[in-house]
Design a protein around this ligand. Structure first.
Ligand code: IMP
Length: 190
């Protein structure tokens, strides 16, 4: 089954393809000729996932899905949340975001956080949404070189290593995106 994944992020594409498995051919935005940034003007992860999926559907008429993820830190009232990509700067500067997060949490004891992914699927013109959550804590320093984004700072509950210290398979099995994609697969198979 051919389905457009509204992303050009190679890391995400690899993660999601691995969870979806054979039988699904993921098509990227570039491959359907969408090269501009899709506006992410929603106030919530749900809104943004939905906006992105509809944008692709309106232009291509193809079955598609879009995800939006946020890191929600308890002591920061859920920030950076929907602003996770542009937390420290206007761009996707992962190193600056991680530095800012460490600064904001300096001396803070409650380091509880969770990653939440929302996926909006449009199949046969009908829209559905699923989500995936992983709970964890924010480390006091970065560790590991795998993954991307906040991975070097996020320790999932039940582990003593950050996501950036795990193999892609290990992360996928427990991650927010892995769980959301597992829910997506259930929907696609229904
Ligand atoms: P997006 O909605 O998936 O683009 O995610 C927004 C931001 O959240 C990204 O720019 C990253 O900073 C962060 N993020 C999303 N997924 C992950 C992940 O799996 N690990 C670490 N950071 C992530």
């Amino acid at each position: 089954m051919k389905i457009v994944f509204a992303t050009n992020n190679a890391h995400k594409l690899k993660e999601v393809s691995a969870v979806l498995g054979e039988g699904y051919e993921l098509v990227t935005l570039r491959e359907v000729g969408i090269t501009e940034d899709i506006p992410e003007t929603g106030a919530t992860l749900d809104e943004n996932a939905s906006l992105k999926a509809r944008y692709v559907y309106e232009r291509t008429g193809l079955d598609c899905f879009a995800d939006d993820t946020g890191l929600e830190v308890e002591a920061l009232g859920g920030a950076p949340g929907v602003h996770s990509a542009r937390y420290a700067t206007d761009g996707h500067d992962f190193a600056a975001n991680n530095r800012k997060l460490l600064n904001e949490l300096e001396g803070v004891e409650n380091r509880a956080a969770r990653f939440r992914t929302v996926i909006a699927l449009i199949e046969g013109g009908k829209e559905l949404r699923v989500e995936g959550i992983v709970e964890g804590t924010i480390a006091t320093a970065e560790s590991g070189a795998e993954g991307f984004g906040y991975d070097p700072l996020f320790i999932p509950n039940g582990y003593e290593r950050t996501f950036a210290e795990m193999s892609a398979d290990e992360k996928n099995a427990i991650s927010h995106r892995g769980r959301a994609v597992a829910e997506l697969v259930k929907l696609l198979k229904e």
